[in-house]
Design a protein around this ligand. Sequence first.
Ligand code: ROI
Length: 165
Amino acid sequence: MVMKTRAYLGLGSNLDTPIEQLRAARTAICAVMGIEEMAFSSLYRSPSMGSKNQPDYVNAVMAIQTDLPPLVLLAALQTIENEHGRVRLERWGARTLDIDILLFGDEVLNFPDLVVPHYGMTERAFVLYPLAEIAPDLAIPNHGKLAELVARCPLNDLVRLSDVV
Ligand code: ROI
C-alpha cells in the first residue's frame, strides 16, 4: 500500500505578473506524477516583508496529497521554480516564483535543505491567512492550533485579491 501524505505548499511571486506566475505554478504542480491537488486558497497581496523597495507579493497556499518522499517533492518543486524563470539575485530579493513546503503531514523535518514546519510560517500573515482559509482546523507541529496563530497575527496590509473591488 502506498502511503499518501497531506502537505501544504506556500506560493509567492512579486515579479513578471505574479498572478500568472501562481496560475502557471499551480498547473505545473498538478502535472507532477504523485501529486494531487486537494485545495487552493484565494490569492493574497501584501507588501514585501523584510526587504523594502520591492514590488508587492502575491501569495497563496495549496493543499496536496502526495506519495512522494519529502526530498523528492522538494526537488520537483525546485525544478518548477527553475523552469518558471525564477529570478533571485539575493537571498531576500524579489523573485518570479517561490514554492515552499510549509507542512508535510504532521512531520517535523530537519534536512539541510528542508526544514518543516517551514521557518517563519507561524508569524507570517501571507502564509497563515490563506492556510486558515483552506484548513481552518489544522494544528502545526510544535506550534499548536492554526486558529490561535492567526488570532495573534496582525494582517500587516494583507488583502485577499477577490475582496479588492
Ligand atoms: N513578503 C511577502 N509579502 N510575501 C512573500 O512571499 C515574501 N517572501 C520572501 C520575503 C522577501 C521574505 N518577503 C516576502 O522571501
